[in-house]
Design a protein around this ligand. Structure first.
Ligand code: AMP
Length: 333
């Protein structure tokens, strides 16, 4: 079935159909619910000589997602957005149940950002194996043990598995992922390489609110006080980056400074604040520019897990990305 944009029931209540109809040639978004229909639709675009960009998402789309779609639309002839809340990357059933679902506004966002195709499969469509059968998933153990992987066991196996499935269905394409999920991006690059998938992975800048908070689908679960407290994450990253810019090259010192910023905010429970090698995500003893370094942070605010990261040696930020560093108290001990 091919559906153009309009009032639609959420995917779980829409009938599963095997074959898409003809691709509409006017404005609008066509929605596919089956792997076969989605794959055939993208094949038809490629057969017509068009390039395909894909943007995998879990829905609840915000300006961060839309920036990926817009970039893909700028660089590719046709953009396909998958909207699939992937259960295998959630360890906590309550977290999965609480994940926001905003189907109607997602469709409008995809169209407004320049997307042409939406892929919204059911769980059974993506994981056809019988209940209890784990299937043959993908994993990237070298990159999955630390940080998010340590706090969310199995998370990156779920990410790697669904990315292999989504990109196999999509076929040859450019695939756009946010640097916001920095460890995920590393896992995606690796699994795509290891599985020889015909996708070029494009990492995209993090989009932030004016006050510096990285946009996240989870932000809607924060109360006003919690949202204000959550600014400690970007504040800590700026503090770390300012230290590095001022010449502090010792990774552990930068990490301690970031942790102090978060500790000053009682509503925020820090998981980690680390300086890591940007390629292999191992702890970075030095932030002196000889190796690419990333500052990464994760914390829980009112039960909501938030992550963020920053390149401390990167080019000065443009307005609307991370605001210029505010004066911070520099400490080198
Ligand atoms: P999600 O729906 O959270 O799985 O995210 C889908 C894609 O959007 C992933 O590649 C994310 O890294 C990316 N993304 C999420 N938030 C942002 C953001 N604030 N800026 C840029 N990309 C983002």
């Amino acid at each position: 079935m091919t559906t153009t944009l309009g009032p639609l029931a959420p995917p779980s209540t829409r009938p599963q159909t095997a074959r898409p109809g003809p691709v509409p040639d006017g404005a609008g978004v066509e929605v596919h619910e089956t792997v076969a229909g989605y794959a055939a639709a993208l094949d038809r675009f490629r057969d017509a000589g068009l390039t395909v960009g894909v943007v995998p998402t879990m829905g609840a789309l915000h300006d961060g997602h839309c920036s990926l779609i817009q970039r893909a639309a700028h660089e590719c002839d046709v953009v396909a957005v998958s909207i699939f809340v992937n259960p295998t990357q959630f360890g906590d059933p309550a977290d999965l149940a609480a994940y926001p679902r905003t189907w109607q506004s997602d469709l409008a966002s995809v169209e407004a950002a320049g997307g042409r195709v939406v892929f919204s499969p059911s769980v059974a469509e993506m994981y056809p194996e019988p209940p209890g059968d784990p299937g043959s998933g993908a994993s990237v153990p070298e990159l999955s043990g630390r940080w998010e992987g340590a706090s969310r066991p199995g998370h990156f196996d779920g990410v790697a598995t669904v990315v292999v499935k989504l990109l196999t269905a999509a076929g040859p394409c450019r695939a756009y992922f946010g640097e916001k999920d920095f460890q995920q991006l590393a896992v995606v690059r690796r699994v795509v390489r290891d599985h020889s998938l015909p996708a070029e992975i494009i990492g995209c800048d993090t989009v932030r609110a004016e006050d510096g908070l990285a946009l996240s689908s989870r932000n809607v679960r924060l109360s006003p006080d919690q949202r204000r407290a959550a600014l400690a994450l970007s504040r800590a990253l700026r503090t770390g980056a300012t230290l590095v810019a001022a010449g502090e090259a010792r990774g552990p010192v930068v990490e301690a400074a970031m942790a102090r910023v978060v500790a000053a905010e009682p509503l925020v429970d820090l998981d980690y604040a680390a300086a890591v090698d940007a390629d292999d995500l191992e702890p970075a003893p030095r932030c002196d520019g000889r190796r690419p370094v990333r500052l990464i942070i994760a914390a829980t605010v009112g039960g909501v897990r938030l992550i963020d990261n920053l390149d401390p040696l990167g080019a000065p930020r443009a307005p609307g990305r991370l605001r210029p560093a505010e004066p911070v108290e520099l400490s080198f001990t």
